[in-house]
Write a protein that binds this ligand. Sequence first.
Ligand SMILES: [Zn+2]
Length: 195
Amino acid sequence: MHHSIYKSFFISKVMLLNFLMPSAVLFAADGAAVCTEVKKAELSSRNGSASERKCKAMSTKSKAIVERLRPGDDFQQSLKRIASEHELKAGVVVSAVGSFKTACMRFAGADAATEIQGPLEVVSATGTISESSMHVHISVSDSSGKTFGGHLMPGCKVFTTIELVILDLSDEWSFERKMDEQTTYLELAPAKNTK
Ligand SMILES: [Zn+2]
């Protein structure tokens, strides 16, 4: 009895390894494909420094700002501080996971902000951000799992932590805002940088 259990465990372990191996090979193949592309670029370029420049350009295009916010920090103020410190011309909030003790957001169509008492899980945050302006939406869920979402306003206070990741696209883009006469709001006016 024990023997057969051991045997089936062993077989399943071997099967698991077989199952995992192809994905490991695939991963390596992906890496190899990337290396090949870089090598092709090197070979096709008579000037070696051209491919170096290409590699440098590739590495600066997708910079990220990663920061952990602390208890009591105001989420919107923290975004403003980070944008200023990094002289952010164009950023995208890609992840903000953590908790708020209070959340403050403007619901769709509302004129004023609504405050929600926590503790709340921050389940998403997304938006565009620069030194001069930002447009960020958040969603939070309460102890029953009920979720609220809206336009980020001042007053979202961190409870335990926020693990924040901002993608910095400043090498390629500048995010400004211009009045749109149709919507009567300041809307994003993305400009591609010229070098
Ligand atoms: Zn909004």
